[in-house]
Design a protein around this ligand. Sequence first.
Ligand code: S3P
Length: 433
Amino acid sequence: MIQKVDPAKGLKGVITDLPADKSIAHRAAMFAALAEGESVIYNYPDSADPQSTIACLEGLGCRIERHPDHIKIFSKGRNGLKVTQKQLDCGNSGTTMRLLSGIVAGAGLEVSLTGDASLSARPMNRVLDPLRMMGASCESSGEGRAPIRFKAHDGLKAIDYTLPVASAQVKSCVLLAGLFAGGETTVTETMPSRDHTERMLGLPVERKADGRIVISSSRSVDVKPARFRVPGDISGAAFWLVAGSLVGNAVITLNNTGLNPTRSAVTGILKRMGASITLENMQSESEPTADITVRQARLKATSLRPEEIPNAIDEIPVLAVAMCFAGGVSEIRNAGELRAKETDRIRATVSLLRSAGAEVKEFEDGFEITGNNEFRPKSTVYDTWHDHRIAMAASVMALMADAPSEILEAECVKVSYPAFFDHLDKLCVNGES
Ligand code: S3P
């Protein structure tokens, strides 16, 4: 599908139904599968990735009831999982494949995890290496690519693992496998990554004086059935935080947005750039949330600190769009992980910015953008490489052009934000963008 995006005359309104956070939703569903009994998850997203997760859990013997505002997951618990489908299709979802690898390996199930072309090109040795150290039996295709075939084994042993990359997916995979292993498994991170797994499972977390974080898991961790509400996705909100900062006279409120401190660096980075972002109605259940209001502001350049990279990793394409309109030189380095996402997001972001006519230098681990408050992107046709976040970042760029632009393969937004273009229509003043 080719989506036309018109220049925005204004953006105003309240988004009351941001897509639910997929990182949290995947975990809520998987942890329900590990618990014996009935769990209820409210506001489970209809986006493709979390739907892949629940379809996979059905293939592991869980019963799932889908209702309009919640799902119910019935499970026999972590020792009652059994394979009812030989292949579990993780679709486009790296989180599904990597976290499920920890569960499947832990439970010693004979099953293959498959994915679409993008997921089958992504590196899986980062989870298979530690799982093999624990005693799992798994084979990948080619150089650590999906499909991954798991075989039965004689039981996993605990390991102490220091993450070689700042990755919540790898961290979570090892901790989940640790729930099935004899002894205590620890994962050490030198750079904090999103902490939903340890937070939601209540795992012990030790913060060392030198900044390292050590998280533990073991068989004795009791995973109980839960009633859980998934908050709005800060990664989806980020597109409106940038659009609202750029478009003339914009005022946008995003209700019930997740603001986990290991996920919300995007708000601090935009504020440092001069954005007007205010929080109201802050709540703190298992995951903190607030209503966020953004108003148009004049932006200035900034550079990201190394520890901000894992925290804002999914928001970097749209932050790069913001940087084109920020006076001065902005730099994003130490972000080589972006090349291992749904597509090579360094190449894709640089290409998006160049199509718009922005000044950008590409590095192996990031880019440098020379921004300008008067920048006017060209009206153009944006390639998206079928990557949802690139499609949405390109749409935000297109709002600032003088004439309409086109977004190729725009249906890919359904991976994380199926209602994105409906929300854009709703926010456009007078129904026009
Ligand atoms: C995720 C972790 C991040 C992020 C991805 C979701 C998660 O990936 O990019 O969209 O839910 O754990 P990495 O752990 O590979 O950095």
